[in-house]
Design a protein around this ligand. Structure first.
Ligand code: PEP
Length: 246
């Protein structure tokens, strides 16, 4: 199981150090892989605080180019220099608020994988897609356009995060059954494109208003391999309760 916290644009460097300290103190020797993704500016502090713990520090985004005239952007090499080798790509806020699209995400994934980084690839339908009953098509399309150009061996470094946009930060969660239904569909889609062994080996996280009160039911579903947590990852007690539910 994997539980990853997406801190979005929250916490300064001091708070980052404190929160990582509290998570690490409360984690015990869980077998769950625990990850946190602070903003770029706090990654150095986070990497330092997470040293000698089992917490993996991830970035929330990166550029596909090695370096150059890309004001405000950060490269894979810069992340690796800090010891950060996990990166979230394609979060719905990057897609909706910052105009990121499938072909761009495919390029970013290529760069990350070339650099031997692990990608947490986010995707998921919007509410109108579900209402129009095209949510399976939308998800399949996001996967095909973003990742299905990859060779099978690349998938060792990919974690999928299914995040229905209507459930992100809204307090509305997909029911455990809705999550399971989509995760099973994602695995079937991976079998069609690749093979059953690959599909079986890929971790598929659910994201969208996971809280201490609903985590256990969602994580109990057979095709749910953990969660990507937004709001509830900003509080150590809540995040730890979710980690313990995995
Ligand atoms: C997210 O942004 O990835 C997320 C799942 O947010 P929240 O848990 O707040 O819905």
């Amino acid at each position: 199981m994997i539980v990853a916290g997406n801190w979005k644009m929250n916490k300064n460097a001091t708070e980052t150090t404190e929160l990582i300290g509290a998570i690490s103190n409360g984690m015990g020797d869980t077998s769950t892989k625990v990850m946190v993704a602070p903003p770029f500016v706090n990654l150095a502090a986070a990497a330092d605080s997470a040293k000698n713990t089992n917490i993996i520090v991830a970035a929330q985004n990166m550029h596909f180019a090695e370096s150059g005239a890309f004001t405000g952007e950060v490269s894979a090499s810069m992340l690796l220099h800090l010891g950060i080798d996990h990166v979230i790509l394609g979060h719905s806020e990057r897609r909706a608020l910052f105009g990121e699209w499938d072909a761009l995400l495919a390029k970013k994934a290529d760069t990350a994988l070339d650099k031997n980084m692990t990608v947490i690839f986010c995707f998921g339908e919007e509410l109108h897609d579900r209402k129009n009953d095209i949510h399976f098509d939308v998800v399949k399309n996001q996967l095909s356009e973003g990742l299905f150009h990859l060779e099978a061996n690349n998938w060792q470094n990919i974690i999928l995060a299914y995040e229905p946009v209507w459930a992100i930060g809204t307090g509305e969660t997909a029911s455990p059954e809705q999550a399971q239904e989509m995760h099973a569909f994602i695995r079937k889609t991976l079998i069609e494109r690749y093979d059953p062994d690959l599909a079986d080996g890929v971790s598929i996280l659910y994201g969208g208003s996971v809280k201490p009160g609903n985590a256990r039911d969602i994580f109990s579903k057979p095709d749910v391999d953990g969660g990507l947590i937004g709001g509830a990852s900003l509080n150590a007690d809540d995040f730890l309760a979710i980690v313990q539910s995995a």
